[in-house]
Design a binder for this molecule. Sequence first.
Ligand SMILES: Cc1cc2nc3c(=O)[nH]c(=O)nc-3n(C[C@H](O)[C@H](O)[C@H](O)COP(=O)(O)OP(=O)(O)OC[C@H]3O[C@@H](n4cnc5c(N)ncnc54)[C@H](O)[C@@H]3O)c2cc1C
Length: 281
Amino acid sequence: MDFYQPTSLDAALALLAADPEALPLAGGATLVAMMNADLVEPSALVSLRDVAELQTIEAAADGGFRIGAMISHAALADEARLGGGNEVVRQAAARIAHPQVRNIGTLGGAVAHGDPSSDLPAALVAADAAIEIAGPAARRVVAAENFFEDYLTTALKPGEMVSAITLPVQPEGAVGHYEKFARVHGGYATLSVAVVLAMAGGECSHVRVALGAAGATPVRVDAAEARLLGSVLDADAVRDAAAILAEASDPIDDVRGSAEYRLMLVPRLLGRALAAAEGGA
Ligand SMILES: Cc1cc2nc3c(=O)[nH]c(=O)nc-3n(C[C@H](O)[C@H](O)[C@H](O)COP(=O)(O)OP(=O)(O)OC[C@H]3O[C@@H](n4cnc5c(N)ncnc54)[C@H](O)[C@@H]3O)c2cc1C
């Protein structure tokens, strides 16, 4: 197996284009474990560690952010500029596993892997983030909501890489909150709820909600948010919205919880996430 350590994104893309069996290597948190288990056998690894343009967090002039794919979960969790609605992404990064994993794992690796039990996909959908994709011929941008297509399947085409994630300017007064239920501290989510919420005059004026570990991709439903908009987030509104989200969910039975148990968590975690965000708002 060959190992490459390019210093530019173009060089990394050229190496991937030259060998369809090569894979990009971010921190290796998942890829190395998959290789050890013989689940993947790349002909070459293209390390992204020395590609400087993937390592920056830029605050855009309009108030949004552009975060390089190689930013670690630890750096994202420590990024104090991610406040307001974008706080949901910072909180999700802070809830990933333990410090050792957060130091190794990267935003781009987590997004490209597309594991529905991982923490960042739902948070990125709630924040209305966009995924910047670099390919050998062109660059393109896909909304986070459309990027996650199925279990471990994303909109990435062969030879393409995640280069950055952009976070938009959130509505005035918006607050983000990430609620995660795991069997043990640092475990993968049994279910998670990511919320970006704004209140005006005691009523919900903006809300985006996405569930994690509730199906093959993050679950977001317009009708659930429509039920919350304009409400005072009373118990009826939260219960109705949770019922709509649960109806759209298709969780699995696994060691972290049965599908039935996960669905039972939806109203409880949604209520907690909205209450926490409302407290902040
Ligand atoms: C013990 C353990 C516990 C964990 N617990 C959690 C948890 O609680 N919550 C959670 O969300 N996650 C968890 N993770 C996952 C971890 O946080 C990482 O996000 C994930 O493993 C990806 O790691 P990585 O960034 O090092 O990518 P790698 O392992 O290097 O790569 C993963 C995959 O993405 C591809 N890839 C990497 N970067 C790019 C890119 N820029 N563009 C395109 N493809 C790319 C690789 O080719 C590979 O297929 C855990 C991992 C471990 C090992």
